[in-house]
Ligand binder design. Structure first.
Ligand code: ADP
Length: 418
């Protein structure tokens, strides 16, 4: 709704609002006069600056002048306390306005989100978004609820559904009091999750489409140009097998992730001794380590190292970390696995390689789905880009942390702290 208030009515509010700009304009004019500028030119420019500042002031909500407005919560006989008592307990920002759009009350959540506001000040001194102000003004004029989406960039990017609605009293309607509630529902997190979900679907389809396209290509070749070429057919079938295996690895990882998401809120409660578990993981990875010329050295403490967990999932975590260390830290030749089980200290497993390391800018993003430092490198090493995302999910369920330290040229260490 456009601001249709006559200038005379909103002029005072505009001047109040633009006071800093007007003071700066006046100061510039005085300086210009002091240095000997033509006084008519200076006066003309000053007038122009004042008119521009006031013209561009945020639309001011017209005063409805329908009723006297209670200025504080304690106003005798006021229904305001009734309105605000419940709002104080809410964790979403809420502001209560009078019929002339003055702020009568804001709850703690609003104060946290937008800072303190002087009670009694006009809402335009608090919120500058023309869209929100127009909506409030329409609600006041029509006595009907409205809502809009509003985003803020500072101090951090947030998206709100802002709703303005009149407060209606059951039974006897107070004649001289009108209250309006402006609430802010923060949907930034929902937006972020939506974006992540659609990115994920796009990434997963892309990852599956590449091997699928290559399979189709080879099938067409075998049916056509290589129909009678037994040697070529054998070679192509080998590649097709690799691609099919890659697709099933990807599907397995996707299923793993979705199963983990389903039970992410249930903490595992089985007692698992990490000493034999790490021995088992090392044994299962020896063939791969031999293939890439790496030796896996286990450094285990005396006795047991028990944690509450899910055995199969913990095997998956350490298999992923040690396999990554062998694949990506191949040139270091050794991978060390340390198990720490100090008295009163958290149980810790650290997997260390002496490979090329990971540049610092990639480290915070390693556990994102499909994030890879080098896609080519990961593909050639049969990676899916989901290994560390799975590790992170499992560890979150186990209330454990993953700490990554890496130095380019020296190597990388992944620590799991229970
Ligand atoms: P992938 O299936 O590609 O191995 P991961 O989620 O297990 O996916 O790892 C993500 C990326 O992190 C890898 O592609 C690789 O670039 C990097 N990475 C993981 N572990 C190491 C390591 N020990 N040394 C160097 N880079 C690593």
């Amino acid at each position: 709704m456009e601001d249709k208030a006559p200038w005379t009515r909103s002029l005072r509010a505009r001047i109040r609002q633009e006071r800093p700009v007007l003071l700066v304009a006046l100061l510039i004019a005085l300086i210009a006069l002091a240095v000997g500028a033509n006084k008519w030119v200076v006066l003309g420019l000053l007038l122009l600056m004042i008119v521009t500042a006031l013209w561009h002031a945020v639309p001011i909500i017209p005063k409805t002048e329908l009723e006297p407005v209670p200025k504080s919560i304690e106003a005798p006989g006021s229904h305001l306390a009734e309105v605000t008592a419940t709002l104080a307990a809410l964790d979403i920002p809420v502001i209560v306005l009078s019929g002339d759009a003055s702020v009568l009350y804001q709850n703690l959540a609003a104060e946290k989100a937008f800072g303190e506001a002087p009670i009694g000040a006009h809402i335009s001194a608090r919120l500058r978004s023309p869209g929100v102000l127009d909506m409030i003004s329409e609600t006041i004029a029509t006595n009907a609820p409205n809502q809009i989406e509003h985003s803020e960039r500072l101090p951090s990017e947030r998206v709100y559904i802002v709703r303005s609605a009149p407060v209606r009293f059951e039974g006897q309607e107070p004649v001289n009091e009108r209250y309006f509630v402006v609430s802010f529902r923060d949907i930034s997190e929902i937006r972020r999750i939506d974006r992540m979900r659609s990115d994920f679907v796009a990434n997963a389809s892309h990852e599956l489409r590449t091997p699928l396209a290559s399979l189709r290509g080879f099938i067409e070749t075998i049916q056509g140009p290589a129909k009678n070429d037994a040697k070529a057919q054998e070679r192509f079938l080998g590649i097709m097998m690799d691609q099919a295996t890659r697709m099933s690895r990807l599907v397995d990882d996707l299923l793993s992730l979705s199963r983990l998401e389903l039970k992410s809120h249930i903490a595992p409660d089985e007692k698992v001794d990490l000493v034999p578990l790490l021995g088992h993981v090392r044994d299962s990875l020896v063939p791969l380590a031999n293939d890439v010329g790496v030796e896996i050295a286990l450094h285990l403490p005396q006795g047991e190292a028990e944690v509450l967990g899910d055995r199969d999932e913990l095997v998956q975590v350490f298999e992923n970390l040690i396999e990554n260390a062998c694949k990506y830290g191949q040139e270091g030749k050794t991978v060390d696995v340390f198990l720490k089980n100090g008295q009163g200290e958290p149980v810790e497993v650290t997997v260390v390689d002496k490979g090329p390391g990971i540049p610092a800018e990639h480290v915070p993003r390693l556990t994102e789905r499909f994030y890879r430092v080098s896609i080519e490198d990961s593909r050639s090493k049969k990676g899916t880009g989901l290994g560390l995302a799975i590790v992170k999910h499992i560890l979150t369920r186990h209330r454990a942390r993953l700490i990554v330290k890496s130095e380019v040229g020296k190597g990388t260490s992944f620590t799991v702290r229970f």
